[in-house]
Ligand binder design. Structure first.
Ligand code: ATP
Length: 137
C-alpha cells in the first residue's frame, strides 16, 4: 500500500510541534494528502482505539486522546505503513532511535506525539474514520 494514517497527538499539538513534525514527515519523503484539526470526544477516541479495549492503558489512552485537539493526516509514499513506523520510532520514547519523531517529541509511552497505522487494512479503516471520500482524493 502507498498510504498510511497518522495523528499528531494532543501533547504535541499543545506544545507547538505541529510544524516540526510535519517538516520531519515531508523530509522523510511523505506527501500530506489529507489533513485537519479536530478534538475527539472520549467516545470517539474509544471507538478509534477499540482494538485496545482489553489493554490496561485503554481508559488512560482514551482520556489523553480526547484531552485536546489532534491533527489527523493521510500520508502517501511507497511502502507507507512500514516506512512511517520506522520514521516515528518505538512506542516508548526511551527506546526510539535517533532521528525519529518520537525520539524528538514523545514524552512517554502514552504521550508519544504521533500515531501511525500498523497495517494497510488499518490505514484504510482509520483514513475513512477521519476523512470523507471527497477529502481523501
Ligand atoms: P500507535 O498505534 O499509536 O502508532 P503503537 O503501535 O506504537 O502506537 P500500541 O502498542 O499499538 O503502540 O499502543 C497504542 C497506543 O496506546 C500507543 O501509541 C500509546 O499512545 C498507548 N500506549 C501503549 N502502551 C502504553 C502504556 N504502557 N501506557 C500508556 N499508554 C500506552
Amino acid at each position: 500500500g502507498n498510504r498510511t494514517l497518522t495523528m499528531i497527538k494532543p501533547n504535541a499539538v499543545a506544545n507547538n510541534h505541529i510544524g516540526g513534525i510535519i517538516a520531519m514527515i515531508e523530509a522523510g519523503g511523505f506527501k500530506v494528502v489529507a489533513m485537519k484539526k479536530m478534538k475527539l470526544s472520549p467516545e470517539l477516541a474509544g471507538k478509534f482505539y477499540e482494538v485496545h479495549k482489553e489493554r490496561p492503558f485503554y481508559d488512560e489512552l482514551c482520556e489523553f486522546m480526547s484531552s485536546g485537539p489532534i491533527i489527523p493526516m493521510i500520508l502517501e509514499k511507497e511502502n507507507a505503513v512500514a516506512d512511517y513506523r520506522e520514521l516515528i520510532g518505538s512506542t516508548d520514547p526511551a527506546e526510539a532511535a535517533e532521528g525519529t519523531i518520537r525520539k524528538k517529541y514523545a514524552k512517554s509511552k502514552g504521550e508519544n506525539a504521533v500515531h501511525g497505522s500498523d497495517s494497510d487494512e488499518n490505514a484504510a479503516l482509520e483514513s475513512a474514520f477521519f476523512f470523507s471520500e471527497t477529502e481523501r482524493f
